[in-house]
Design a protein. Structure first.
Length: 422
């Protein structure tokens, strides 16, 4: 396949023009006398590397709004809202069938693809095998947290990877730390966890051990390039130094952190210290463009206006996500021999004028802030069309939406029935 007249984002975060040959699942700029079976005129598109949603929970869309205006430690408490949350957790754990869970996950993944996401990191301890099947049906790439079952899944063929789990602060004990060390020693997987997400979690580990969870992880040899820590709102500069030196990664989840009142992670200092920072929508949210805009604006708070750029945000959403999950050498950028994980955004009149001159460009800024919800027209993963002209290729969206609505209606009826019982 030849992408003719392409305008694409290069590794320097500037737009280039030229033809791109898709050679199987790879990008090839060295087009010569190769026989071309398909030519795609890309004159009307801007081509970017696919986005990485580096932290998500697949069941969470059914919980939309149920956690509003409530801090994390209060979830499931004795309030009316907390009781609804208890019913939610019971419903997800005990009432949803595997097919229903698959539908909720697939609805989330489809929404992400329509936003230009080509890779998702998903955490659900009950259904790693189910999630793999759902991802493969759609064609999206990803990594699934298999927790302590990593041995059953690691090395499974396909483009879906599996990782394991470090400990949240409330779960840290010496015994559990030893178990995690054994998992790491036996399998050396990507290891991920929610880390210093809130004041509550920070206080737990400080009161018990007199140090941060980051310091504890280092003490037990659990930090390296395979370590991915979500949130990091309460990481101090020492924690950041430790993580940078160990080549660990942090996933910034500002929408979630604001939802729970946890605060705003000091991403600026993380970047200053050389720490790799990716982006994740986390709980219920799937809109990466909304997340990227929020990230950009939050980095303007308490920092010089010019310190952080829109290019920094696009790096977080692409190559930094690839680096976090040990994929930097093959995806996350549009480069020779990299995987053809590409998204095609329609050039909108609202984006104009897009200016690229020596020493100045507004193109990425205009793209981020003036694109439309439906600007992502095509999505390619491993050289295959996963979405073409906003149509998902391998999943029946109409049937998926109908089933999701049926499940949501069933959940509402379940809540109503429990209210009548009580």
């Amino acid at each position: 396949m030849l992408l003719k007249n392409a305008t694409f984002l290069n590794s320097h975060m500037r737009f280039d023009k030229g033809d791109i040959y898709i050679d199987g699942d790879r990008i090839n700029f060295q087009v010569s006398d190769i026989e071309i079976e398909e030519i795609v005129d890309c004159t009307d598109y801007l081509i970017l590397p696919g986005l990485f949603n580096s932290h998500f929970h697949s069941y969470s869309p059914i919980a939309k709004g149920l956690m509003k205006e409530m801090e994390l430690q209060d979830w499931g408490n004795s309030s009316n809202q907390g009781k609804l949350q208890q019913l939610l957790f019971d419903y997800v754990d005990n009432k949803l069938t595997e097919n229903e869970f698959s539908c909720i996950a697939q609805k989330s993944y489809v929404d992400m693809v329509k936003n230009g996401v080509t890779f998702v990191s998903d955490s659900d301890p009950q259904s790693p095998g189910c999630l793999k099947k759902v991802m493969e049906e759609l064609g999206i790439k990803g990594i699934i947290d298999a927790y302590e079952e990593i041995g059953d899944y690691q090395g499974t063929p396909g483009k879906i990877d599996f990782g394991s789990h470090l400990l949240e602060e409330e779960d840290i004990t010496e015994e559990e730390l030893q178990k995690v060390k054994e998992l790491k020693s036996n399998y050396n997987p990507i290891m991920m966890t929610h880390c210093l997400e809130s004041q509550w979690r920070s206080d737990i580990v400080q009161s018990k051990y007199g140090q941060s969870s980051v310091s504890l992880y280092r003490k037990h040899g659990l930090l390296d390039k395979h370590t991915v820590l979500f949130h990091g709102v309460y990481m101090n500069p020492t924690d950041m130094d430790i993580l940078a030196k160990s080549n660990s990664s942090v996933i910034h989840c500002p929408s979630s952190n604001l939802d729970t009142g946890a605060g705003i992670a000091d991403v600026s200092t993380m970047i200053d210290k050389g720490l790799n920072v990716g982006l994740g929508t986390d709980y219920s949210h799937t809109n990466m463009w909304e997340l990227m805009r929020l990230t950009y604006y939050l980095m303007k708070v308490n920092n010089p206006l010019e310190k952080h750029t829109v290019e920094d945000v696009f790096k977080m959403a692409t190559r930094n996500g690839a680096e976090a999950y040990s994929l930097k050498a093959i995806t996350g950028e549009i480069k020779q021999d990299y995987k053809a994980d590409l998204i095609f955004l329609r050039k909108e009149v609202e984006m104009e004028p897009m200016i690229d001159s020596d020493g100045f460009t507004n193109s990425l800024y205009n793209l981020l802030f003036y694109s439309r919800d439906d600007s992502v027209q095509h999505v390619m993963i491993d050289g295959e069309w996963v979405m073409k002209e906003r149509k998902i290729m391998l999943v029946d969206e109409e049937a998926l939406d109908a089933e999701y609505n049926r499940i949501s209606d069933g959940f509402r009826k379940y809540l109503d029935s429990q209210d009548q019982i009580n």
